[in-house]
Design a protein around this ligand. Structure first.
Ligand code: PXP
Length: 250
């Protein structure tokens, strides 16, 4: 059974589009609430909730993460940059896992995963701090032999293979080549003792292929699930608003 980590960042993206800087002062409902969404996702079977507290705070805010820590019934997977500030934040929060992701150009490898090879010591420092605190570390990397070998050497128990290049190539001539790269990466990571997760750009169509990746333990999916929730929820939302507008007719 492949596990599903639901990424709720884009719920916060929608909230921030209206309420950036006002969350504490509005007084009424500040919506949509990513923590409420996380609770509903768990009720529907999510195996974990993934959130990315970015340094630029463009979507998820610290308050969201603390509130989620109080109510989460499954697991929190905190995506974070490989920085001392985020390390301190994670050690205080104690998520079940952290996923180290690149946030600035110089941390990015060829396809967009974390460049573990290029910043081995920096990644090692965070891995060791997390290991001592009992927090699992996942490294979000390309399916690249050198990045996988470096991840295993650092003792990270998990990797998350970046599926973005394959997802972008899904309708083009490079899809088979990109998928073959993911398959080879998954096999190499598994053989090196790493737990293999995958994520980025997975949707309701391409999941049919990515679920055939060997050894895959968990998929982290955000944008497509949030998009589907908007689409499937619009009819009820409109009905409810019309009923509020015209109460005597109901
Ligand atoms: N995994 C990681 C490490 C990510 O950074 C993201 C994007 O926030 C995802 C998975 C989810 O990607 P998507 O929103 O395209 O499903």
């Amino acid at each position: 059974m492949i596990l599903l980590g639901v990424n709720i960042d884009h719920c916060a993206t929608v909230r921030q589009a209206r309420y950036r800087g006002y969350a504490e002062t509005v007084g009424g409902p500040v919506e949509p609430d990513p923590v409420l969404l996380a609770t509903l996702a768990e009720r529907a079977g999510a195996d974990g909730i993934t959130i990315h507290l970015r340094e630029d705070r463009r979507h998820i805010q610290e308050r969201d993460v603390h509130r989620l820590r109080e109510v989460a019934q499954t697991r929190i997977n905190l995506e974070m940059a490989c920085t001392p500030a985020m390390t301190a934040f994670a050690l205080a929060l104690k998520p079940e896992s952290v996923c180290l992701v690149p946030e600035s150009r110089e941390e990015i490898s060829t396809e967009g995963g974390l460049d573990v090879v290029g910043q081995r010591e920096r990644v090692r420092t965070v891995c060791e701090a997390m290991r001592k605190a009992g927090i699992l570390v996942s490294l979000f990397i390309d399916a690249d032999a050198a990045q996988i070998a470096a991840s295993a050497e650092l003792g990270a128990p998990w990797v998350e293979l970046h599926t973005g290049a394959w997802a972008n190539a899904y309708y083009g001539p490079k899809r088979a080549m990109e998928f073959a790269r993911l398959v080879a990466g998954a096999k190499q990571a598994h053989a090196a003792g790493l737990v293999v997760n995958a994520g980025h750009g997975i949707n309701y169509v391409n999941v049919a292929e990515v679920r055939t990746l060997p050894h895959v333990h968990e998929l982290n999916i955000g944008h497509s699930i949030i998009s589907r929730a908007l689409t499937t929820g619009i009819e009820q939302a409109v009905r409810e608003m019309k009923a509020q507008m015209n109460p005597v007719m109901n």
